[in-house]
Design a protein around this ligand. Structure first.
Ligand code: SAH
Ligand code: DHB
Ligand code: MG
Length: 232
């Protein structure tokens, strides 16, 4: 019942505020057809990411976890002329689907897709001296603590770090959830990883952070937002 209501309200929001979007629809269809899991951000969440890019005036974006490129397209489209986005994906099959979706959206020129485990790519990028205005963390939740550490190395004062899936229907409240909940979304250290992220966000003097819960077509979850400040 509750989920039905959340889904219906998401539909209402999208019907009113998000015009039909052939490139995004095609990206989701192609992702489905290729058997990718349906875990992309919802359309209204994608629009939120796009608005954050524009509010922030971000010119250079890093995304961890591409999947089929759905959130990538939302983020990249919100960039100003001359802006660019790097997205990291471990699964070569997913990356190939994403590559086609990104090209189909006309974004091949401004999106760089780097295939491989993000914890291997991030040090290379840091060594290359890369720096980003906005970082969207959405890959494997177990590694969120490491992703936050590397994101800081790839940040400047003023960088906005956004992390998806930091509520998991409240599973984060239970430190023991990871023991064996029979739910693959919560198994294997996901909850531990997200809880450690909160600890790092709280302890890191260079960050000012909050988190917002969301409900909608994807259930009950949320985003963390952390601003890299000059302090610390
Ligand atoms: N941002 C996407 C959804 C990402 S789902 C969207 O909203 O449209 C999470 C993605 O992270 C999956 O595609 C998964 O393959 C990828 N992933 C998992 N482990 C990873 C790792 N170690 N490095 C990089 N990507 C990883
Ligand atoms: C999963 C991953 C996500 O990024 C998400 O938004 C929802 C679910 C998952 O791995 O189950
Ligand atoms: Mg996510």
């Amino acid at each position: 019942m509750t989920q039905e209501l959340w889904t219906a309200v998401d539909r209402y929001i999208c019907d009113h505020l998000l015009p039909d979007d052939p490139a995004l629809d095609a990206a989701l269809r192609a992702s489905d057809a290729a058997g990718l899991p349906s875990i992309a951000v919802t359309p209204n969440q994608g629009k939120l990411l796009a608005l954050l890019v524009r509010i922030h005036g971000a010119r250079r974006i890093l995304e961890l976890g591409t999947l089929g490129g759905y959130s990538t397209i939302w983020l990249a489209r919100a960039l100003p002329p001359g802006g660019s986005l790097v997205t990291l994906e471990a699964n070569p099959g997913y990356a190939e689907v994403a590559r086609q979706n990104i090209a189909g959206a006309g974004l091949a020129e401004i999106v760089q897709l780097r295939v491989g485990p993000a914890l291997e790519t991030l040090p290379v990028m840091a060594a290359e001296g890369e720096q980003f205005d906005l970082i969207f963390i959405d890959a494997d939740k177990q590694n969120y603590p490491g992703y936050l550490e590397w994101s800081l190395k790839l940040s400047r004062p003023g960088t906005l770090i956004v992390a998806d899936n930091i509520v998991r229907a409240g599973a984060i409240l239970d430190a023991d959830t990871d023991a064996d909940v029979g739910d693959p979304r919560q198994a294997d250290g996901v909850v531990r990883g997200v809880r450690r992220l909160y600890e790092l966000l709280a302890a890191e003097p260079r960050l000012s952070a909050t988190a917002i819960q969301t409900v909608g077509a994807k259930g009950h979850d949320g985003f963390a937002l952390a601003l890299v400040t000059d302090a610390g």
